[in-house]
Design a protein around this ligand. Structure first.
Ligand code: ADP
Ligand code: MG
Length: 745
């Protein structure tokens, strides 16, 4: 039988129903291959007892111990015997308790050693395993044991186990599977194996389960880790190549009339970063395969302008561009800020020209700058307005369309959609990316630029986003003003809190704007803002009465400070209400809003230079990146900013750490890295997010960064050789995946 067929064999046939059922129930392991991928968690050395030091009550354990005392006595209250077996790690004692199993006395004799597994409980202050499963060392016991001692060398694998199946039962099952295993196909090309002195795959699989030495374990683990990095990078490389085989229309303006007049109209010079990234994007736009680029830059780094310059190139070349925002409020704001940025280049609404006309004009009539028409398409348009907008989009008289992500799901017809810009990557999943690529015509996929203000640490860039090209804006031209951040606990320190409110008054008196951010809209339990991503809110599993809501805050403040104009903003308001509020908050006129009390709908894209202070209630409920983005709304002008992270009465230590991290730096990359460390990588490589079905068992994206980087380079080199298709085929065979589907077949 071919090795790969064998690996797909059901365990039920191979090792028997009972064990197979336990493996399936506990770990979802169904096939021989899956069992072989269930690596030991650690290794015990025969004769080296497990230290009881770190054994925790309530946790399942597998320990190696020696029996130090055995007592059997009649139970006092009930009929029957209790057998108490004391075991030792050489220093401390633990008890094993068996009820009505007096016969075990025969085998559980003082001086014998073995493995014992069960869940630790505490009984009269002593750590106890009740009815543990066990395997004793030495001869003359059950045949099970003989099988066990047979394969178990001096190093004993300890597997992740469960109530239903012990570590050594797993080891025994693995032994059966390994016994009839042929050579496994190896996804790593021989050349690389030789270069790195890697074990081959079958060797490694055997060694990780049944090592002869510690060196064996290390070599096997490295080889398998390398394999994970290799397969992941090869899959990502494959996807990049696939994308290159898709076609898109090259969007290249001949004269750059629009972009150049736009640049000239700006009241400032572009930063070097903006120019460089602009060139990277234009180069992609000139290609005949769709761009898929991630533009990362901290809040205020000037991404919008970069995107707009690229859109103008596309428009001038005769195509349309779309800008997608995560919420309607943000779409409306983008619409307004793009219109404002374009100034005289923007069409006032009457004498627009179609894209085809515009390119003809810019080609034939030197110097004449065609007007750019921007259309806002959101759910809140009136029916006639919506019809008109759809018509403009379909006819091509609209050049730039601004909307929410619904734009790509709602079957909007474009005349010639050439370029899509998505603001805020983290709300835009792989699935939506796919939907987008199916927009446009088969032979003309749109170019895609995804913008994120959450800096992507190198680790994530190489894995989760490994199929995208990445551009980075490092400077933040609009963030020269310093922002101080403090954590304030109103309950613990009312004086600090009082000072916060004084500061708010001072800011308002100085003509500045203040944001107050709340985690919920009203007191009603669960009244979270639907427009804010609930995934970003940390629930602390406590009652919600400590949550300061928009409504509560608004009512209290308005009463306390009648001279100040407050207004609320949240996702339950009508879009036109929201827009009116934002407009009044932005304006300087009489009656303008001084303090905006809002949910996180203000998170991104809001650009108000006069905003100098932000107070975030229940900051412990927000994630690091979200706090960072919220804070990015202030300090955008030239006045220094102040950010107050209000912390609830009860704060768990991790939440506390998050706040301290946010207070300690404004460097987005550093925050992203710290965030990654605090959250752990389970989150980083969420399957759905990474789209990589090849699960990582040994590879750690944080610790193994250097390995991942070097493997990526090797894969890149390999992709240009004639061995590439062979390599992909070998990966598909070895991993049971179709690399184009990224799903297990
Ligand atoms: P982001 O979208 O990356 O958060 P924006 O594009 O909204 O940043 O830019 C933030 C602010 O900085 C805006 O007011 C913008 O006009 C301004 N800005 C952009 N580029 C520059 C620059 N090169 N010099 C000065 N200000 C800039
Ligand atoms: Mg922005």
């Amino acid at each position: 039988m071919q090795a790969q067929e064998y690996v797909n064999r059901s365990l039920k046939e191979l090792i028997g129903g009972k064990t197979a059922a336990a493996l399936s129930k506990s770990f979802g392991i169904e096939t021989a291959g899956e069992l072989l991928n269930h690596y030991p968690r650690r290794y015990a050395e025969r004769g080296q007892l497990t230290s009881f030091d770190r054994i925790e009550i309530g946790k399942p354990v597998t320990i190696m111990a020696t029996i130090s005392a055995v007592t059997a006595r009649r139970m006092k209250t009930k009929r029957g015997f209790v057998l108490v077996v004391a075991v030792t790690d050489g220093k401390e004692q633990m008890e094993l308790t068996f009820f009505n199993q007096k016969w075990r006395e025969k085998e559980l004799r003082v001086g014998r050693s073995g493995l014992f597994a069960g869940t630790v409980n505490e009984y009269h202050g002593a750590r106890t395993l009740t009815h543990p499963q066990y395997q004793l060392f030495g001869s003359g016991d059950s045949s099970d044991l003989e099988a066990f001692t047979d394969f178990a060398g001096s190093i004993i694998p300890v597997y992740p186990s469960s109530q239903a199946i012990t570590s050594w039962q797993i080891a025994a099952a693995v032994d059966v599977v390994l016994a009839s295993l042929d050579e496994l196909p190896d996804p790593i090309p021989l050349e690389l194996r030789v270069k790195h002195g890697l074990m081959d795959r079958s060797q490694a699989i055997r060694a990780i389960h049944q090592p002869d030495s510690h060196e064996d374990i290390e070599r096997a683990q490295f080889r398998l880790k390398y394999q994970e990095a290799f397969v992941l990078q090869a899959v990502l490389e494959y996807r990049r190549q696939e994308r290159r085989t898709m076609s898109a229309i090259a969007r290249q303006s001949k004269k750059h009339v629009l972009r150049e007049s736009f640049d000239q109209s700006l009241p400032f010079d572009l930063t070097d970063g903006q120019i460089k990234v602009g060139e990277e994007i234009e180069l992609d736009l000139r290609g005949t395969s769709p761009m898929m680029r991630l533009l990362q830059g901290d809040v205020g780094s000037g991404k919008t302008i970069v995107a707009l310059r690229a859109m103008l190139e596309v428009v001038e070349s005769g195509g349309q561009a779309a800008l997608l925002a995560p919420t309607e409020v943000l779409a409306a704001q983008h619409f307004e800020s793009l219109t404002a940025l374009l100034g005289g280049l923007s069409d006032s609404g009457t004498d627009y020209v179609s894209p085809s006309e515009s390119s003809r004009i810019s080609e034939s009539r030197e110097g004449l700058d065609p007007k750019v028409r921007i259309t806002l398409l959101t759910g809140s348009l009136t029916l006639p307005a919506r019809k008109q907008a759809l018509l403009d989009i379909a006819s091509g008289s609209s050049h730039i369309v601004v909307g929410t992500h619904a734009l790509i799901q709602d079957h909007v017809d474009f005349f010639d959609l050439g370029f899509v810009v998505v603001d805020e990557q983290h709300r835009f999943g792989v699935e939506q990316r796919a939907a987008l690529m199916s927009k446009g015509r088969q032979e003309a996929r749109p170019h895609l630029l995804v913008m994120t203000a959450t800096p992507i640490p190198r680790t994530t860039a190489l894995t989760v986003f490994g199929d995208l090209d990445i551009s980075t804006l490092h400077e933040a031209p609009s963030m020269r003003a310093p922002v101080d951040t403090y954590v304030v606990s109103p309950q613990a320190n009312p004086t600090h809190a009082a000072r916060v409110w004084e500061r708010m008054q001072e800011e308002v008196a100085a003509g500045n704007r203040v944001f107050i951010v709340c985690a919920s809209i009203s007191e009603t339990a669960g009244d979270l803002d639907q427009d804010q991503d609930p995934g970003h809110l940390y629930s602390q599993g406590e009652s919600r009465d400590h949550i300061v809501s928009v409504e509560q805050s608004l009512a209290e403040l308005a009463q306390r400070y009648p001279a100040i104009t407050f207004a609320g903003l949240h996702g339950k308001m009508k879009p036109e209400e929201k827009r009116a509020v934002m407009k009044s908050f932005r304006s300087n006129g009489a009656g303008a809003i001084d303090v905006l009390v809002a949910t996180t709908v203000i998170e991104v894209g809001v650009d108000i230079p006069e905003a100098t202070m932000m107070i975030i209630h229940n900051a412990e409920r927000f994630g690091i990146s979200q706090l960072h983005q919220l804070r990015g709304r202030i300090g955008r002008g030239n006045k220094p900013g102040l950010c107050i992270l209000m912390q609830d009465r009860f704060v768990n230590p991790v939440a506390q750490q998050r706040l301290e991290v946010v207070a300690s730096t404004r460097d987005g990359f550093e925050l992203a890295q710290r965030d990654l460390e605090l959250r752990g990588e389970g989150d980083v490589l969420g399957l759905e997010q990474s789209g990589a079905a090849t699960s990582l068992r040994l590879l750690r994206v944080i610790e193994d960064l250097a390995l991942i980087e070097s493997v990526r380079q090797e894969v890149g080199a390999l992709a240009h050789t004639d061995q590439w298709s062979q390599t992909i085929a070998a990966i598909e065979l070895a991993e049971f995946i179709r690399v184009d589907q990224l799903e297990k077949t």
